[in-house]
Design a protein around this ligand. Structure first.
Ligand SMILES: [Mn+2]
Length: 371
């Protein structure tokens, strides 16, 4: 029986320009969560850790960061097997030449595609990345079918035929069956994804990045704990959450002061704001008190949140004054607007409400077409 932790895509040293002033915090966070990964491995009694590439953002990251990452992995104590990915590929001058890797006795940097007898009755089949762009399946060399030990592959690339960059390091969906592997630990995709074989059993998986890297990234911030009872047995794969940040992009349509007030209240009451990156995309009307509420929003985001962003370019002035009606082309359009304005001002409440909404619609259309 073997039990191990599968992680990848730490992207340490990521510039993170997309979160502006929070970039430094975000970079530090990725290191902190790397420490959490090692704690999880220890807490889960993992026999070893597999790191399936892109540990670093690129090969130009500072030596200091390389040392810090090596120290984090060294703290595990047990064996750590690591392959270079396409971001930190094995090449002259790469991060893998740093003396820290040699110094750490428990870290095994896998530089060549050759089988390695690891502990716990396991043979590892590593597929280190040595070229940035490669159209060949990096697992093609593996022939594990005749091996009686538990056979685990470690590779970095895309699933063949899936996604925009699928011809970069394309890995066959049938890789475990074709190569005779009990499990294929994959890196490159940031979302956790278990790839089921024809028999419905997942023998290959993307663990995903240990901490989410951007808005809209689905199901990231995890590691996988994998347990295999013996050769040929289906792996038991359990995702465990390691990420601490929540990335949320919200699109909202605001019309009245009440809408603005509700939004401010929601942001005020938001739990765990210091671990939340919130991106508000606002559309609709600039209500009379909008600027007061927008200022309050920005203050809250800056003071309490890990990162906040408000896109208010979609908000247009509301039809409070009548100038815009005068600017409409004379004729039925202007008449309709005047009539709606009258109805919005007096009469039965429901009727007034409908008239106001219609007026707002007309106002928005008028702005859009530049009437
Ligand atoms: Mn990659």
């Amino acid at each position: 029986m073997v039990r191990f932790l599968h992680t990848a895509d730490w992207q340490i040293g990521m510039q993170a320009g997309h979160v502006g002033k929070a970039a430094r915090k975000l970079r530090r966070c990725r290191l902190d969560v790397a420490r959490r990964v090692v704690e999880v491995a220890r807490g889960q009694d993992a026999d070893f850790i597999l790191v399936a590439g892109d540990t670093f953002e690129d090969n130009a990251v500072e030596g200091l960061l390389v040392q810090q990452v090596a120290d984090i992995l060294a703290a595990f104590g047990g064996p750590v097997y690591i392959i270079p990915g396409n971001h930190d590929l094995l090449a002259p001058g790469s991060v893998w030449e740093h003396p820290a890797w040699q110094e750490a006795g428990n870290i095994c940097l896998l530089k060549e595609p050759v089988p390695l007898e690891a502990g716990s009755g396991v043979t590892l089949y590593p597929c280190p990345v040595t070229e940035k762009y490669c159209r060949a399946d990096p697992t093609a060399w593996i022939e594990a079918a005749g091996n009686r030990r538990i056979c685990i592959g470690l590779a970095h690339g895309s699933l063949e035929g899936v996604g925009a960059d699928s011809d970069e390091l394309p890995i066959s969906r049938q890789a475990p069956g074709l190569r005779g592997l009990d499990y294929l630990a994959l890196g490159h995709w940031h979302s956790t994804f278990l790839v089921e074989g024809p028999d419905g059993v997942a023998r290959m998986a993307y663990c995903g990045t240990h901490e989410t890297t951007r808005f809209g990234e689905r199901d990231s911030g995890n590691v996988l704990m994998v347990q295999i009872e013996g050769r040929g047995e289906p792996p038991v794969i359990a995702p465990l959450r390691t990420g601490i940040l929540t990335w949320e992009k919200v699109a909202l349509t605001l019309r009245s002061n009440d809408d603005y007030r509700d939004l401010v209240r929601q942001v005020e009451n938001r739990p765990a704001a210091d671990r939340t990156l919130l991106w508000l995309v606002l559309e609709g009307l600039l209500a009379p008190e909008a600027s007061i509420h927008l200022k309050r929003l920005e203050q809250l985001l800056e003071a309490r949140f890990f990162y906040g962003r408000v896109d208010d370019g979609g908000l247009v002035p509301s039809p409070q004054d009548q100038e815009w009606i005068e600017a409409l082309p004379a004729g039925y359009l202007q008449q309709a607007a005047r009539k709606l304005l009258e109805q919005a001002a007096a009469g039965e409440q429901r009727r007034r409400q409908v008239a106001r909404m219609a007026l707002e619609e007309l106002y928005m259309i008028a702005r859009e077409v530049g009437a």
